[in-house]
Design a protein around this ligand. Structure first.
Ligand code: ADP
Ligand code: MG
Length: 604
């Protein structure tokens, strides 16, 4: 008896003692393995006619022996492969063993657990396999974590037979039902309906005896799966339910996708695709760990499970499959990555996604807004990425919050702007914070619409965009004509001196609503950008050029003017307080809180 490798043993023990509620997934795993093995032989058969045959996955139940067999006529395994593949956790790395900090359900549900899941329902597993091109067959057998044996065996054709010796049935592990054809049929439909090869089983049916009223049972070989990949079906025949159940089956997601659609040939390459916007962004979506990509098939044969090259980063949240008959099959994965066809495919798919989103914007706004609230940051990142290379494609599918109270596109904003010549925005941590900004209050008083930028990426994206439809995109706080009132020159000069290098200058602005003062920035870096950059290791030390603006129409400023020359000490304190208020309203911190409070107390 040989021992399992340490990690495999732990995984195996987990399966054997499993309290995992969803034990039925074992069948999906075994059928997928069978299908993979047939894929491999199918691939060979394209160039080697000896390898071609009626590919099939056969299921067999034996009620008396209490066995369930999964039989394939795929590539099979030789002695060494039985040892390597079933004695160790798949080197394919589908399973990273991290049981310590995960519950069992999470652990099993989240990963493809593969072959060992058989031990959830079986107390002994026998695998008889014969590798294509070899004369010898071998049997691998194990009754659990003690170890396994490999002995010579018999098998006519290449392929693999997995025999599950089912555990005794119990309340929370009903193995009896695995001996019934309806239950097996149900599991195949649920998990393996789109497997390309027929999954067959002898099934019992009833019929009327000919010429009589009596019923008799008979058995016949039935194909349990519908096989036609959904993406090969005619677009008009695919229902939303089918799309959703395909999605859930393929990605083991418990949430329906927000949106799913089919896509086919656009341009020179022929392809069929099913694309989905997942209901929720994966927990690691915005981290470097996230692996994006679409499954790439060539004429129904899976070439790559997560082909990154098919999606731009900003659509990295999309899931789906792409099947093209134009891809050269005998091309290696490495080569495929640089393949020109692949680039053309990616370009077609990207364009298709943009078109679909554009269509949704007018036909099903609610759905698009949901998509955008979940993934908008990613799409806006696309505007900014590569120095705005994609801004023209994306500028019409980005949404912003706005002072008119709803999500709006830039084009809708322009439609509402009347005689106004610029698109105004303000940025801050939240809508509430932005609405408190004096500049925003002022703009609203004048009847101007302001876009509210609350995502970190927003302002950077706007800078890259620069303008829309010939209208300059500009922060509401800068670039407006300075208010002139010569009688206040002395006051602004005095305040500028008090504040020293905290600000570049103090100037007047009569459109800051009900506030006496506010803070604004001049030049490329805004106050909000300064805040975001200061959180990044590379952005430290990048500062906005600050300007304090005071409101000449405000009573406090009128009082301040009176103080000038008569009570400079008080005016100094008032200046510092006005600056502190401006900082707070801009969402920034006051560096010397004690001085600020002291000043206020003195003034009161
Ligand atoms: P995975 O399928 O993720 O690689 P599994 O645990 O399901 O992991 O399977 C481990 C390995 O055993 C597979 O990668 C494959 O090489 C081999 N294997 C399993 N079942 C079969 C089969 N029916 N025919 C050929 N090889 C198989
Ligand atoms: Mg597997």
């Amino acid at each position: 008896m040989k021992k399992f490798k340490a990690e495999s043993q732990r995984l195996l023990e987990l399966m054997i003692n499993s309290i995992y509620t969803n034990k039925e997934i074992f069948l999906r795993e075994l059928i997928s393995n069978a299908s993979d093995a047939i894929d491999k032989l199918h691939f060979i058969s394209l160039t080697d006619s000896n390898a071609s045959r009626e590919f099939e996955i056969r299921l067999e139940v034996d009620k008396d022996a209490r066995t369930l067999k999964v039989i394939d006529n795929g590539i099979g395994m030789d002695e060494k492969e039985l040892e390597d593949n079933l004695g160790t956790i798949a080197s394919s790395g589908t399973f990273k063993f991290k049981a310590e900090n995960k519950t069992e359900d999470e652990l099993i549900g989240q990963f493809g657990v593969g072959f060992y899941s058989a031990f959830m329902v079986a107390d002994k597993v026998t695998v008889i396999s014969k590798k294509y091109g070899s004369d010898a067959a071998f049997a691998w057998e194990s009754s659990g974590s003690d170890g396994y044996t490999i002995t010579p065996s018999e098998r006519a054709e290449s392929g693999t037979t997995v025999i599950l010796h089912l555990r005794p049935s119990s309340e929370d592990n009903n193995t009896d039902e695995l001996l019934s054809d309806w239950r097996i049929g149900e599991l195949v439909k649920k998990y393996s309906d789109y497997i390309r090869y027929p999954i067959t089983m002898m099934c019992e049916s009833e019929r009327k005896k000919e010429g009589t009223d009596e019923w008799e049972t008979y058995t016949e070989l039935k194909t349990l799966n519908s096989r036609t990949p959904l993406w090969k079906k005619n677009k008009s025949e695919i229902t939303k339910d089918e799309l959703n159940s395909f999605y859930r089956g393929k990605y083991y997601d418990i949430v329906d996708p927000l949106y799913g659609f089919t896509a086919s040939t656009e341009g020179a390459l022929t392809y069929n695709a099913l694309l989905f916007v997942p209901g929720k962004a994966p927990f690691d979506y915005y981290t470097a760990d996230y692996k994006r990509g679409l499954s790439l098939y060539s004429n129904g044969v899976l070439i790559m499970d997560k082909c990154e090259e098919l999606l731009p980063d900003y659509f990295g949240f999309m899931r789906g499959v792409v099947d093209s008959s134009d891809l050269s099959l005998n091309i290696s994965r490495e080569m495929l990555q640089k393949d020109r066809q692949l680039k053309a495919l990616a370009a077609g798919i990207t364009k298709r996604i943009i078109n679909e989103f554009t269509k949704l914007l007018s036909s099903d706004r609610e759905t698009y807004e949901k998509i955008f609230s979940e993934y908008g940051a990613s799409i806006k990142f696309g505007l900014y990425e590569e120095f705005g290379k994609h801004k023209d494609e994306l500028k019409d599918i980005v949404l912003f919050r706005s002072s008119v109270g709803k999500l709006t596109t830039l084009s809708e904003y322009v439609g509402r702007m009347g005689d106004s010549t610029e698109i105004y925005y303000a940025s801050g941590r939240s809508v509430e914070a932005i609405e408190r900004m004096p500049q925003v209050e002022g703009a609203k008083e004048k009847g101007l619409e302001v876009l509210y930028l609350t995502d970190r990426i927003d302002e950077f994206a706007m800078k890259v965009l620069g303008s829309y439809d010939g209208k300059k995109i500009t922060p509401v706080s800068s670039g407006k004509e300075e208010t002139k009132d010569e009688s206040l020159n002395g006051l602004t000069e005095f305040m500028g001196k008090v504040l020293g290098d905290k600000v570049k200058s103090v100037r007047l602005n009569d459109s800051i609503g009900s506030h006496p003062s506010c803070l604004t920035a001049e030049g490329e870096v805004s106050l909000e950008m300064e805040r975001i950059l200061s959180d990044m290791p590379t952005g430290k030390g990048i500062k906005a050029t600050r300007i304090m603006e005071i409101n000449p129409r405000h009573a406090i400023i009128a009082r301040a003017k009176d103080m000038l020359g008569s009570d400079d000490e008080k005016l100094t304190k008032l200046t510092r307080v006005l600056y502190g208020e401006a900082l707070l309203l801009a969402g920034l911190e006051i560096s010397d809180g004690a001085e600020f409070c002291g000043d206020i107390n003195d003034l009161i």
